[in-house]
Design a protein around this ligand. Structure first.
Ligand SMILES: O=c1ccn([C@@H]2O[C@H](COP(=O)(O)O)[C@@H](O)[C@H]2O)c(=O)[nH]1
Length: 266
């Protein structure tokens, strides 16, 4: 999906909501464990309940890889089930020497045809560039992450700037706002506005709303741009809003509440 198509969906739905499918078999409602593919049954119900207000779905591959082959099958079925006019993200945090990154890019853009994949930039230009060679596909590069540990390296001084600032500035020069997004944590309230001023055009994938304590208002007040420019991810705050047979209805209500908060800004 290209940028113009993504921006169109944001405008039509008045939403920048990305629903995170962090599907944990220990957390899904117990009655679903009797299904042939419990993870897919859960995801299918969540997608049906949230597709009207979601502009993106983020599949965190860790939750599927942990289940081995059957997890990869659940992931593929889920990806295929997501409507084609909704942006898809493989949250896989890949990146390696060039020829290995080429294989990761093939995995998540071709074998599994996601629109985007999250990429760790630590290994430098040759590890990221293979993800930038596919038309209408995106690398979503870790910029300033939402976890406490982001302070260990990302917030450290590096010459006259913070390491995360150097990463954003340098990685942005490897591509364009049409093929690179950055992960910026909603929990990094002090830096959100600054990051937007550094990168006025780029889209940001913003995790950390809900279970990690971030909120929609802070993100929208500080990080929106003329195109929306953010995808605000909520995983546990939506998919585990309920734990009984009405889990999908509860997810629908939670997703709608988030979307209504966003609509006020869009
Ligand atoms: O900086 C980051 C990068 C990725 N994530 C991922 O986003 C979701 C957040 O889940 P919640 O349940 O809404 O907290 C999850 O898949 C993380 O691995 C992140 O949180 N922070």
């Amino acid at each position: 999906m290209n940028r113009a198509e993504l921006v169109k969906i944001i405008r039509e739905k008045k939403s920048v909501l990305c629903v995170g499918l962090d599907t944990d078999l220990n957390k899904i409602p117990k009655h679903l464990l009797e299904e042939e593919d419990p993870a897919f049954a859960f995801n299918k119900a969540i997608i049906d309940a949230t597709r009207d207000v979601a502009v993106a779905y983020k599949i965190n591959t860790a939750f599927y890889e942990a289940q081995g082959l059957k997890g990869w099958i659940s992931m593929e079925k889920t990806l295929n089930y997501i409507p084609k006019n909704i942006f898809t993200i493989a949250d896989a945090k890949r990146g390696d020497i060039g020829n290995t990154s080429e294989q990761y890019a093939r995995t998540f853009f071709y074998t599994y045809p996601y629109d985007s994949v999250t990429v760790a930039p630590y290994m430098g230009a040759d590890s990221v560039q293979p993800f930038l060679q596919f038309e209408d596909k995106w690398a979503i590069v870790l910029g300033l992450t939402s976890n406490a540990g982001s302070a260990d390296f990302q917030l450290q001084d590096c010459s006259n700037e913070k390491l995360y600032e150097k990463v954003l500035r340098t990685v942005a020069s490897w591509g364009t706002p049409e093929n690179i997004m950055f992960v910026i944590g909603a929990t990094r309230k002090e830096q959100l506005q600054h990051v937007r001023s550094l990168l006025p055009e780029h889209f940001f994938l913003i995790p950390g709303v809900g279970a990690q304590g971030g909120d929609v208002a802070t993100v929208c007040d500080n990080a929106l741009n003329k195109d929306g420019g953010v995808l605000i991810n909520v995983s546990r705050g939506i998919i585990y809003a309920g734990s009984g047979t009405d889990f999908a209805e509860k997810a629908a209500v939670a997703a709608k509440e988030y979307q209504q908060q966003m609509a006020a800004y869009l």
